[in-house]
Design a protein around this ligand. Structure first.
Ligand code: ADP
Ligand SMILES: Cc1ncc(COP(=O)(O)OP(=O)(O)O)c(N)n1
Length: 275
């Protein structure tokens, strides 16, 4: 039987982040994708032009439609925008007993637009983090959650430990925003050990949706029954390929290439789309 994954997130009209990035990633990793839309954004590679939260009634109904029929093997959350949405999502996750929950604590888009109201950060901590199997903050998100400044690896370790203490069984503190080195280092904490996951930093402006794509890949692999360590390893390879084989579309920060990982496995050249 096919594995099924659910994303609870916002729509990116430009297709590089949010629900669109998640569903593309699920599909590429051979997982059946489902979605609950929390907000509609008017967005492209130049930035976010508009944010429209979906009504609480519509969010509730979408969650029930999934819960009453299509049990997901893994679930991820992305843009949740406000405290009311967070509370509804957390309640339904508990009600339906959904496990393998990946929380991407999306707060601000790369261009600076707000995707989670600041007053809602505490709701995320109180209601969602205790349910998480894996939480995947970037550095600014980890700073918002822990209220600390993070510059060194030691500070990252401290922040990951605090987020673990908030209830998330595994924490991946992503290193994309630390541009001080030629490597990109993500830090994994499982409550016992810290593991550094290092890759070469790709010099490109086309990194729109990296966090969504990465956390969706983790979710897809968990849905297939992979361990957290295996899921994180595959997700890192998926995002590395997606950034490396850039599509180069749009006048601003373009999307990553969701075809790239599978293209490589199939021996297809991402530039020409030929074998
Ligand atoms: N320039 C880059 N080169 C290689 N990997 C990157 C680059 N930027 C981000 N990544 C990877 O993409 C994933 C998302 O990272 P990050 O940019 O920190 O998150 P977000 O998109 O949520 O801000 C991480 O696994 C990170 O290591
Ligand atoms: C609808 C929507 N959800 C999430 C994001 C943030 O995506 P992320 O992967 O963190 O990448 P950037 O937008 O920061 O490049 C988004 N922009 N829109």
């Amino acid at each position: 039987m096919i594995s099924k994954a659910l994303t609870i997130a916002g729509s990116d009209s430009g297709g590089g982040a949010g629900i669109q990035a998640d569903l593309k990633t699920f599909q590429e990793l051979s997982v059946y994708g489902m979605s609950v839309l929390t907000a509609v954004t008017a967005q492209n590679t130049l930035g976010v032009q508009g944010v429209y939260p979906v009504t609480l009634e519509a969010i509730n109904q979408q969650l029930d439609s999934i819960g009453l029929d299509l049990q997901p093997d893994a679930v991820k959350t992305g843009m949740l925008f406000n405290s009311d949405i967070i509370r509804i999502v957390a309640d339904k996750i508990k009600y339906y007993g959904w496990s393998n929950l990946v929380i991407d604590p999306v707060m601000v888009a790369k261009g600076g637009s707000t995707l989670l109201l600041q007053v809602a950060v505490q709701s995320l901590i109180s209601h969602l983090l205790p349910l998480a199997l894996v939480t995947t903050p970037n550095i600014p998100e980890a700073e918002m959650i822990t209220k600390m400044t993070i510059s060194t690896i030691e500070e990252r370790k401290k922040a990951a430990k605090i987020i673990h203490g908030m209830g998330s069984k595994y924490v991946v503190l992503k290193g994309g925003h630390d541009t001080s080195t030629t490597a990109v280092t993500d830090l994994l904490y499982d409550g016992h050990e810290y593991t550094l996951l290092e890759s070469s930093r790709i010099q490109t402006r086309h990194t729109h949706g990296t966090g969504c794509t990465y956390s969706a890949a983790v979710t897809a692999e968990l849905a297939k029954g992979k361990s957290v360590a295996e899921a994180i390893q595959t997700a890192k390879a998926f995002i590395q390929a997606a950034i490396e084989d850039e599509l180069g579309i749009g006048a601003g920060h373009g999307p990553t290439n969701h075809f790239a990982y599978q293209n490589r496995l199939r021996g297809i050249n991402s530039a020409t789309n030929e074998q």
